[in-house]
Design a binder for this molecule. Structure first.
Ligand SMILES: [Zn+2]
Length: 232
């Protein structure tokens, strides 16, 4: 592709954007955001990806400011990449990742606050995944040579009340890990809901919706947990 053509396409992209101002990124309401995430994951699972928002025009369009429509807190696991599994592109998702998608860390909470208070995001998803190494580590006795920060994370997970309940379920092996993954997400939703309470009034009168989900690394499907349309 020659330079002139690229520039023409970029100008065209800008012109289209000007006609429909930020139409794609006005997915501010919870229902729209969830529908968009579901639709993107559906395309991913069926191998019918559109790879949206990855053009040179999109890079230019978003260079002046970002308007992501959802925050995704998920695991650092290399198999769980939000922009890929939701078939999104540049400027669409505000992503926070750490091993075990732990919410109650200052840097995670600060990142969510930034997205809510400064970028106007109203939908926050906490997405765990099946066969999560952090969760698996929690379900068995840690080795003596386990590095100290990993031990701290394991202990933190073990202290979650939802996790303690799952650990008492009597399940073992993969079934136990499956239960514990869901319990950790449920804990994240409850903890974040509590932590974001103080944001009420920061232009968030419409409320912030928090949804839990679990990504299945075998099928690519994102399973949404119970949906609560209006968290405050
Ligand atoms: Zn993981």
């Amino acid at each position: 592709m020659n330079k002139t053509l690229i520039i023409c396409l970029m100008i065209l992209g800008t012109a289209i954007t000007a006609c429909v101002p930020h139409a794609k990124n006005r997915t501010k309401t919870y229902v729209n955001a969830i529908e968009r995430l579901r639709a993107g994951n559906d395309r991913f699972v069926r191998h019918r990806m559109k790879h949206p928002d990855q053009s040179a025009a999109r890079i230019m369009e978003t260079s002046g400011g970002q308007h992501p429509y959802a925050v995704i807190i998920t695991c650092s696991d290399s198999r769980v990449a939000p922009e890929i599994v939701f078939d999104e592109g540049i400027g669409d998702l505000f992503v926070i990742r750490n091993a075990g998608n732990i919410v109650e860390e200052e840097d995670v909470l600060a990142s969510v606050e930034y997205a809510v208070a400064h970028l106007g995001v109203r939908t926050v998803m906490i997405m765990g995944h099946e066969r999560c190494g952090a969760i698996e580590a929690m379900t068995r006795e840690p080795g003596e040579d386990e590095p100290k920060h990993i031990l701290a994370i394991i202990q933190r997970l073990k202290n979650e009340p939802e996790e303690q309940q799952a650990l008492r379920s009597g399940d073992t092996g993969e079934r136990l890990v499956h239960q514990c993954v869901a319990a950790n997400v449920a804990h994240g939703v409850a903890a974040l809901s509590h932590q974001l309470h103080h944001l009420k009034g920061h232009g968030t009168d419409a409320g912030i919706s928090i949804v839990g989900a679990v990504y299945d690394i075998q099928t690519g499907v994102v399973h949404f947990q119970e949906i609560k349309p209006s968290h405050h």
